[in-house]
Design a protein around this ligand. Structure first.
Ligand code: FE
Length: 325
């Protein structure tokens, strides 16, 4: 115990410790780490920052990095980390069994740990769910002056458009995104919550956001007139993305990192990991939290989430071209 404290003071990890660089909100990760410590006795050292600085740090530290695991949100970010050579592939039959293949890197460099859907939200006083159908439908002129969107600078929208590119090609995707822009009720929002609040206030009637922002907002203000609609149920399914993690290329404790990752994907840890942020577990054997389950079942789009990264640059250019700010 005393040695562990000393080592922590020296900024160094004990040999058996697992060092996690995390861009997931710290209050979401801390309880998990405590539960892991309680169960296994293993210390997980957490370094929290935004994904940009963390990846920069990994790059700068190279072989000397103390990091064993990179935990972040959005497949676009995980893909960027892998593509920059910051992660290493791992072999784990347990991870392969616990996490469906569309939610992990085909090269095993990162794994989804919780699911968030990016879907359609609407003002329940102005729109009937029967008027809604797909992401592409939001480009129809019938929504002129009624659509709100978050900025295209956020990776969530880059990932959504990237996956649309993979699914329906550049011509159709550009037409849709251009249609969205011409339907905007107001300029793009800095975050999903502000966008949802604008829907509630009647500034717009429809918009696209991640499910957990809706969950958080409705917990706080349950009377807000916002409904959730699962997009593309008659087509390919609603777009889902992940928070996830990958083992760092120069991990000193690769074994410990894989063990922690496996534990995170296990039935006993999945609810803890997902529920605290009102996300869906990736492990199909685990049921979502009751508050999340209340939104109803929906068909996922089963396109591999790595497309979010593979086509990110193309998506950014497309959004730029059509004036989506
Ligand atoms: Fe978020």
């Amino acid at each position: 115990m005393f040695a562990a404290v000393l080592a922590a003071f020296a900024g160094q990890a004990m040999a058996e410790d697992v060092v996690v660089y995390s861009a997931r909100a710290e209050q979401l990760v801390k309880p998990i780490i405590e539960a892991y410590k309680k169960e296994t006795g293993v210390n997980v050292k957490l370094v929290s920052d935004k994904e940009g600085p963390l990846m920069e740090r990994l790059r700068a530290e190279g072989r000397n990095s103390p990091a064993d695991l990179l935990l972040t949100v959005d497949a676009g970010n995980l893909w960027q980390a892998a593509n920059s050579g910051l992660l290493k592939p791992v072999k784990s039959p347990l991870l392969d069994a616990n996490i469906p293949s569309y939610l992990r890197d085909p090269k095993n460099e990162w794994y989804g740990l919780s699911i968030r859907a990016r879907t359609i939200f609407y003002n329940t006083q102005k729109v009937k769910p029967g008027q809604l159908s797909s992401y592409a439908d939001l480009a129809d002129p019938k929504w002129k002056g009624k659509l709100c969107l978050r900025t295209s600078k956020k990776v969530y929208n880059q990932s959504l458009v990237a996956m649309m590119l993979a699914e329906m090609g550049p011509v159709k995707t550009e037409k849709v995104v251009k249609g969205w822009v011409s339907n905007l009720a107001t300029s793009e929002f800095p975050d999903d919550t502000k966008m949802l609040e604008a829907i509630a206030a009647g500034q717009c009637e429809v918009g696209i956001a991640n499910t957990y922002y809706y969950g958080r907002l409705m917990e706080k203000s349950p009377k807000l007139p916002i409904g959730i609609f699962w997009a593309d149920q008659a087509g390919k399914g609603t777009h889902v993305n992940v928070s996830g993690a990958g083992v760092v290329k120069y991990a000193k404790n690769e074994k410990g990192a894989v063990k922690f990752l496996e534990w995170l994907s296990s039935e006993k840890a999945q609810n803890m990991f997902a529920d605290v942020n009102m996300e869906f577990p990736v492990n199909p054997k685990v049921k979502p939290d009751a508050r999340v389950a209340a939104w109803g079942d929906f068909k996922h789009n089963y396109i591999n989430v790595s497309n979010a990264g593979q086509r990110q640059a193309e998506a950014v250019k497309l959004m730029d071209r059509v004036g989506y700010k």
